[in-house]
Design a protein around this ligand. Sequence first.
Ligand code: AMP
Ligand code: GLY
Length: 423
Amino acid sequence: MKVLIVGSGGREHAIAHSVAKSEKVDKIFCAPGNAGIGEIAECVAIGAMEFDKIVDFAKNNNIDLVIVGMDDPLVGGLVDELEKAGIRTFGPRKNAAILEGSKAFSKDLMKKYNIPTAAYENFDDPNKALEYLETAKFPIVLKADGLALGKGVLICNTLEEAKDGVKSIMMDKKFGTAGNQMVIEEFMTGREVSVLSFVDGKTIKIMSSAQDHKRAKDGDEGLNTGGMGTFSPSPFYTKEVDEFCKKYIYQATVDAMAAEGREFKGVIFFGLMLTEDGPKVLEYNARFGDPEAQVVLPRMKNDLIEVAEACIDGTLDQVDLQFEDNAAVCVVLASDGYPVSYEKGFVIKGLESFDDKDDYYVFHAGTKKANDGFVTNGGRVLGVTAKGKDLKDARRKAYEATEWIDFENKYMRHDIGKAIDEA
Ligand code: AMP
Ligand code: GLY
């Protein structure tokens, strides 16, 4: 069969890598893809938001299955457009992708269906928000309602900071229309865990847990990024936590969406915080996490195409989802200066070291082909992933592999997976 993947990051490279292992697949296309994806798929120069072109391409090339990796096209309704044209697509429709597309929607859903989350209020009037802050407790968390590249969350320690935050989100529109509404919520403390799941509208199957490192610098300092590294599984995701989430969060979310007439098919990403009062939902995403996908998918034993088709067909209950009894760590190699400003176009050396090496992977995020080689073309450049017999082994191997790669302004965190030592 022919598969088209929509997206261009490390996540889409990890998806393409899994899809390439499927015996069912003859040919993979990716729109727009990147240089690394181009090694295993044919990249087509169509942007992820060019819906008409994507639909035309899928029709003209007899694509059997489209996998939408990115949030923007999901929230914008690409799945609906493809389905209208009769093309099988893995991912939630627009009315379900709102679970990620609107934080106000997701908070209201959790409240209505008693799914544990931080206490909150929604606002569409900045003056009401400012008034509310006068009697609030600090620190407090401000969230732009819509998609903001993972940057629309502000943790404010003082009333002054929070007032400035409301102004920048709702009045100055720092995150554009994403700030037409906002959520103000209680600050929670605890460990964060990312749990990805497959959903077919009724049934939910949980993938192995992971932990992201969102801050740019060692010791969780610096600005929030798209993610600087991950490990899987999380040693803090215990059997007890799993049981609690199965009882109060996962199926409850799927059932709530169905009850609202918003049947969810695709991947739900649960951003959880393990608080003293038990696990609570920080956020939902309607797609694989990035770089979570880079440590979770290489450990999955199932054929990704079979699982995606079961989600579309509503037969996920018949799938026995299995993960390898090992661990993986991903260290992101970025361009120095990310996430603010950085240079591009530097030659990347050492990629050939990963050829045919078991359990070492290099997923491309921001790279471009130039002459015979590859050059840097983004803030996050590569995700270096290694699998090991346990987390410490995987971490050692991942950092070993980061040394094989060289490019000017190469930057990485040196403490990905430090939490493992505290487990
Ligand atoms: P989100 O995009 O909602 O996951 O938020 C980004 C990051 O902000 C999360 O990964 C947390 O580290 C932090 N965060 C979000 N909401 C809260 C909260 N209510 N309390 C504490 N930290 C939060
Ligand atoms: N790594 C977090 C995300 O994909 O949103």
